[in-house]
Design a protein around this ligand. Sequence first.
Ligand SMILES: Cc1cc2nc3c(=O)[nH]c(=O)nc-3n(C[C@H](O)[C@H](O)[C@H](O)COP(=O)(O)OP(=O)(O)OC[C@H]3O[C@@H](n4cnc5c(N)ncnc54)[C@H](O)[C@@H]3O)c2cc1C
Length: 535
Amino acid sequence: MQLNGQHTDVLIVGAGPSGLMMAAQLLRYGIQPVIIDSRQGPTDQSKALAVQARSLEIYRQMGIVDKALKDGKPAEGVTFNQNGHKIDSFSVKNIGTGETPFPFVFLYQQSKNERLLLDYLTRQCCPVYWNTTLVSLKPGADKTTAIVNDGNEDAMLTCRYVVGADGAHSVVRKQLQIPFNGDVYAQEFFLADVVLDNPELTDSFIQLYLQDRGFTGFFPMPEKNGYRIIGNLPEKATDNIADLQLEDVVPAMNAITGLDIQVIKNNWFTTYRLHHRMADSFSKQHCFLIGDAAHIHSPVGGQGMNTGLQDAYNLAWKMAFVISGHMSENILESYAAERMPVARTLLSTTDRAFKIILSKNWFVSFFKKHLLSKVLKYVWSKESWREEFFKRVSQIGISYRDSQINLHLSNATKVKAGDRLPYLKVFDEKKQEETDLHEWCAKPGFTLIVLGSFKELDLFTLAKWLSQHYPGLINFFYLPASAKNQPVFDAFEIPKGKKKAIIVRPDMHIGFINDVVAIDMMDNYLVNVLGLKKQ
Ligand SMILES: Cc1cc2nc3c(=O)[nH]c(=O)nc-3n(C[C@H](O)[C@H](O)[C@H](O)COP(=O)(O)OP(=O)(O)OC[C@H]3O[C@@H](n4cnc5c(N)ncnc54)[C@H](O)[C@@H]3O)c2cc1C
């Protein structure tokens, strides 16, 4: 077997969305991982349906977002129905305008995401070793030995790092003996990817039908009249679950929705149980867990795949900087420190929401029947709450303010070190064109942005300091004060005549903000806080 006897810097186990994103991000830094998957090839099962704005921002940074935008579509809103009657509709159309280049909830199946990332890997000459299963791992002091099998024979390879992106039943997690605590929901669910002849379902609104007996949700797919249907199985149906077909659940669906469901094409039907679990630790002995290997939860809010993509995005640049010798290994500890709180919050919020959807408790039923629509209407009428909702669902509100690898040396309170870099339009005075801060951070590596009025000599000194001591690692931009750029100065709370230095991490989170632009203070951050090796 080709892999036998090889040594690799990174072995990625699993070529689902998390593993593929991990590989793609490492490739951006010139690191070639070995990525294996026990499947025969990429999936055609749709699985996750929503790609959130934060994930699209990553695709934009990678230069692949246009393809995704072409092949998916934004959801227009959500309609709540109770006992067959519409109670209310809430539009999510361009709900996050001004906050991100992608101010919507985007519908683009997991299978398409995987294809998109796989194409990226192919262009970078990084093959996925399909039909190759991790059998065992033996972590050592400076390398881990992995045994993999291609269906015929075992191969042994040694790895500096192992990334377990191998899903809920992760062998990596089990080999590391990391507990995966949590629980399983009592109910059984079904999922169907179908084409329907039900014009009353309006193609681009998510339709949720809640009823005492259960729920059914219709999620529009990018293809015309294509829907993902999710619902809980009728109690009687769970007796013969292995043989269950779509036709068996249609009567229950009709009863819950009051519709006459007409299936034109059934692409995929499956039943499943949902768990909410989280690994006790996201790393152990040079091995890391990302995506479903680290956390699983109910699909409420369409967060699972996106969280896996963000795990990979967070870990990959840190690993790449260590492997290329630019950073000390301590930086890798910040992966678990930053991502475990995100997963913890996600598990508790999705669990609460899911329990409300499923509850048969009389009080919750009363709430759903009589109060839910009024509460939602009230919440939706407040712009600030709509903004908060979008920030959470889109994942653009995730911040690492408490992380040890960020440093906030500023009186500003609106945007702080650890936050995602806000999406702000800027007028580039040098090129005389409109761009935005995210575009400035498109290149791999850190980005230093200085704002305010600087003498040419000061800018020259900054550029020289970067190129001499951190060559190729930190991109540099300068934004002078101007009427056109005043919103940027306002966002960062920069008073008239003052300056600011912002160092943006490769994952577009702010690492450092200082109201003073001083090289020694930036050196201190880069070397002593981040562990970057100064030349
Ligand atoms: C019904 C449903 C709807 C969902 N909807 C959404 C949604 O709208 N939005 C959202 O964000 N998420 C959603 N999710 C969740 C989403 O599908 C998962 O979170 C996502 O697949 C996780 O990706 P992953 O790469 O971490 O793991 P996986 O996709 O599970 O990939 C793991 C890979 O590892 C491979 N593997 C496993 N063991 C081994 C081994 N020993 N050796 C080699 N390879 C191995 C597997 O073959 C697999 O390809 C939904 C999930 C379900 C079930």
